[in-house]
Design a protein around this ligand. Structure first.
Ligand code: CDP
Ligand code: CDP
Length: 226
């Protein structure tokens, strides 16, 4: 296994974009675990099933064939042979994804797939989500909680969705975080996890701060300097 850099945080903290760019600069692979939950939610909706029904979600999970790019310079996600890269960002999918993510069989199946990807990555991988530092890769070489104040996160997301009402975007993020945090705790840093607050950093400054944390980490296999 190569170097594993685990990044968790709430919606709009900058996890996906910052982790992806950090992976480019480090020459590592990139894994967006939220995209997997989104792709499953998309598949449930597309089948005309109910994302709040455990039975329906498990039916789609059985045989769910997810593929996504390893290379951070690429950005595709496929379910079977359907490209869902854009479709999984739709507001209907964002509204359905927490329902899918609360199902235990979903979490354990997706986690197995994530761990296989981490095991195969060389020389390293940046992996981001909600429970990477705590559940998926608690032994990661670098563990970071990326945060930002709620109003900053809502403003970032609203900038990406200019056609939508700012207040509604902010409310949807707050609701999703509240729901998600009942299943996994990503609002407080677990022991040994470094908090990186991006509220007053621009995109580039946040990437640099993350890359610096990776470069400062003790070499794997060596005892940390005390
Ligand atoms: O980018 P954004 O923060 O909006 O969300 P995302 O990272 O794409 O994650 C979408 C959803 O997947 C979250 O709202 C969670 O419901 C779920 N998720 C999760 O439960 N565990 C993860 N490790 C990653 C995402
Ligand atoms: O994955 P997550 O929901 O945590 O956030 P994201 O989708 O990576 O980032 C949301 C938006 O915030 C993107 O447009 C980023 O470019 C932007 N961003 C920013 O403006 N300043 C930062 N320090 C970090 C991210």
């Amino acid at each position: 296994m190569g170097v594993v850099v685990a990044v968790d945080g709430p919606a709009g903290s900058g996890k996906s974009s910052v982790s992806r760019e950090a992976a480019v600069r480090l020459g590592y692979a990139f894994l967006d675990t939220g995209a997997a939950y989104r792709a499953l939610a998309w598949a449930v909706l597309r089948a005309g099933l109910d994302p709040e029904s455990t039975h329906d979600v498990e039916a789609v999970l059985d045989g769910f064939a997810l593929h996504s790019a390893d290379d951070p310079a690429e950005r595709w996600v496929r379910v079977g042979d359907v490209d869902v890269t854009e479709a999984i960002r739709a507001p209907e999918v964002s509204a359905a994804v927490s329902g899918v993510a609360r199902v235990p069989a979903v979490r354990s199946t997706l986690n197995d797939g994530f761990r296989a990807r981490l095991a195969a990555a060389s020389p390293g991988v940046v992996v981001e989500g909600r429970d990477i530092t705590t559940v998926v890769a608690p032994d990661a070489d670098v563990r970071v909680l990326l945060t930002a104040r709620p109003e900053v996160r809502a403003a970032r997301r609203a900038r990406e969705l200019p056609d939508q009402d700012h207040g509604k975007v902010a409310a949807a993020i707050a609701e999703r975080d509240a729901r998600d945090s009942r299943v996994v705790d990503f609002l407080e840093a677990a022991e040994g996890v470094t908090t990186l607050d991006s509220s007053d950093l621009d995109f580039d400054g946040t990437v640099e701060a993350l890359v610096a944390l990776v470069r400062r980490a003790p070499d794997r296999g060596l005892e940390p300097v005390r």
